[in-house]
Design a protein around this ligand. Structure first.
Ligand code: AMP
Length: 358
């Protein structure tokens, strides 16, 4: 079995690392010559919209999945004509466009911040009357890690805000004074079998995920899971899907979905009975899913810009290091570490030691 992955970054690398024990081989398609998944997979160096590269890739693989959602729709439909592709292009289309995504939330009765479509700068004053200040203006497509958005606190902030985002179609959202951010990750197989991981509580630094803590008894688990299930079933989804939510003092509001394995689920590598990477592969291959429960107290800390000292991390009880072998660069995720312990006290001590290294 040769599994093709669109994108050759760390998510593809961790998918391949999880799939080798199942007897799978991997081929990634990525335009970057130094894509970090190439250490554990064949690598087709090609642009995502290059028909020759896509054709060559499709001839090497039995099935295609992806590690990020900004793949041109035409490329996915071309590949679909050659080999099975999971998850479906419907899920990609939803996650790629914030207006379609939030409209789907609304249609399914999933609470989400109030929002209005903004097509020109002239739409803003009227929209702000209904949404109110503060509000967040976001480009409908290509935003990530807080990029492609601007917070509007008062009428003075309106000027040039639309232009600053490139004068592209946007949505205006109510700013949510959330108490915390959480995500729920699920895997759904080809036959509809579904498992949910315990929610992760996520903290960001400069818009980039810093820390995810697995919450095994979270009061929001059932609502988050219910929201996620309605999306999975509506999209007839196959694979791992992450739903990010704001917890505004006990009221959950959906922010966005990621139709792929997710950074907030990296703790599952050591921390869950079956990792999100293995369950994604099991789901797309139509195999039985594995238990998604936690093995203990666990968390994940990202290394951004540069990785931490190997020896210092490994000295921490319960710590495991994942170095993606990527070149150091400010703002770049180059690795992460997880903590897994059986006691809560040891967890808190180890996590504090790990955080001190970042
Ligand atoms: P996003 O690109 O939508 O995931 O947003 C990146 C980050 O910006 C989120 O993780 C939040 O911390 C913050 N954010 C996004 N939308 C809102 C909102 N409507 N209200 C408050 N904070 C937000």
């Amino acid at each position: 079995m040769n599994i093709g992955i669109l994108g050759g970054g760390q998510l593809a690398r961790m998918l391949a690392l999880a799939g080798h024990p199942l007897g799978a081989n991997f081929t990634v398609l990525d335009p970057a010559k130094d894509a970090c998944a190439k250490a554990v997979a064949n690598h087709v160096v090609s642009a995502y919209d290059d028909r020759c590269g896509l054709k060559q890739f499709s001839e090497l693989v039995d099935i295609v999945t992806y590690e990020f959602e900004n793949i041109p729709a035409e490329s996915v439909s071309f590949l679909k004509g050659e080999v099975p592709v999971y998850p479906s292009s419907d899920a990609l289309a939803v996650s790629r466009d914030r207006l379609i995504e939030k409209s789907l939330f609304r249609e399914l009765g999933i609470q989400t911040p109030d929002f209005v479509a903004i097509n020109t700068a002239d739409d803003l004053p009227g929209a702000l009357k209904s949404i109110g200040f503060p509000a967040v203006l976001k480009s409908r497509t290509l935003g990530y890690d807080g990029k492609g958005q601007v917070v509007l606190n008062s009428t003075e902030d309106i000027e040039n805000s639309f232009e600053r985002l490139g004068s592209v179609p946007c949505i205006l959202e109510a700013f949510v004074p959330f108490t915390r951010e959480i995500s729920v990750i699920a895997a759904r197989s080809r036959n509809g079998e579904t498992v949910f991981y315990p929610v992760s509580e996520n903290t960001h630094k400069k818009g980039i995920l810093h820390l995810s803590v697995c919450k095994t008894d979270d009061p929001m688990q059932s609502v988050a899971q219910e929201y996620c299930k309605s999306l999975l079933d509506k999209l007839n989804y196959v694979g791992v899907l992450a739903l990010e939510l704001f917890d505004a003092g006990g009221k959950l509001l959906a922010n966005e979905i990621a139709p792929r394995v997710h950074n907030s689920g990296h703790w599952t590598i050591e921390g869950a009975q079956t990792s999100q990477f293995e369950n994604h592969l099991r789901a797309v291959l139509g195999l039985p899913l594995g238990d998604a429960s936690a093995r203990g107290h666990c968390a994940m800390v990202n290394f951004v810009g540069h990785t931490a000292d190997l020896e210092k991390v490994l000295k921490i009880p319960g710590a495991h290091l994942h170095n993606y072998q990527k070149k150091s660069r400010p703002g770049r995720k180059v690795g992460h570490a997880t903590i897994l312990t059986s006691s809560e006290d040891m967890f808190n001590t180890s996590l504090n030691e790990l955080l001190a290294l970042t």
